[in-house]
Ligand binder design. Sequence first.
Ligand SMILES: Cc1cc2nc3c(=O)[nH]c(=O)nc-3n(C[C@H](O)[C@H](O)[C@H](O)COP(=O)(O)OP(=O)(O)OC[C@H]3O[C@@H](n4cnc5c(N)ncnc54)[C@H](O)[C@@H]3O)c2cc1C
Length: 239
Amino acid sequence: MVLARRFGYLDPIPLLATAIGAAVRDMEYIQTHPTVVPKKGILIAEGMRGAGAILVNHNGERFIDELQTRDVVSEAILSQEGKTAFLIFDQAIRDESKLVEEEAQKNSLVSGATLDELAQKIGVPADKLKDTISKYNSYVQSGKDPDCGRTKLAKKIETAPFYAVEVTPAIHHTMGGLVINTKAQVLGQDNKPIPGLYAAGEVTGGVHGANRLGGNALTDIIVFGRIAGEEAAAFAKAK
Ligand SMILES: Cc1cc2nc3c(=O)[nH]c(=O)nc-3n(C[C@H](O)[C@H](O)[C@H](O)COP(=O)(O)OP(=O)(O)OC[C@H]3O[C@@H](n4cnc5c(N)ncnc54)[C@H](O)[C@@H]3O)c2cc1C
């Protein structure tokens, strides 16, 4: 049997495995994604910030280098009032990103013909937001961000209409799960393979350590998925 399932520790499949003695590890570790639309569960990928979106808090101020790692940005958002922030961008950034179009269609975006209108709609002080964006645009111009230390300053935010989407961190990946070896065999609590039981992907634990580089889950499922399939087929044939 090959086990493959996301959000391992929440699901019945690892429970099936642990019921027959499988070992688990790193169950206390998760990875959060910082920019998820509250209650809707829509993830706004890093590409949005890479294309030039900034993050501001409910006071209209930037508070973190938007391109920091997921754990750092998540922590920073959770430290803000209301534990949410706004991704802010303009039409020029929207034109560059297919992702934004998908989000727009899901009605997550608030738009304003001016920054004043946008600020009023999302309930942040307009003067603060305008000041933040004016400062940020000057940092794009100079290539230096003394406020937050962002080094990739993609684009000024200056082309109306302007957009905002409220975001907060959410669970993105569970780092813990079933213990496997390099043949994708599930190990028992005695550290020995459980005959005929294989696992790959997010149901497993320890492959990425306690945190994960974005993108590596796909390599994980392809590499260990293939190994698990081949090993399971060989096991079945040998029976
Ligand atoms: C929004 C989002 C974006 C992501 N983006 C990336 C990315 O860009 N790059 C990256 O590397 N990783 C990304 N990840 C993480 C990555 O997608 C997952 O880690 C990966 O898909 C896990 O694959 P899996 O096969 O282990 O589990 P899953 O993809 O969850 O597949 C498990 C399958 O098992 C099925 N299943 C469940 N229970 C049963 C059952 N009882 N019987 C039969 N079938 C069952 C499910 O329907 C599902 O099809 C993202 C995750 C999320 C949530």
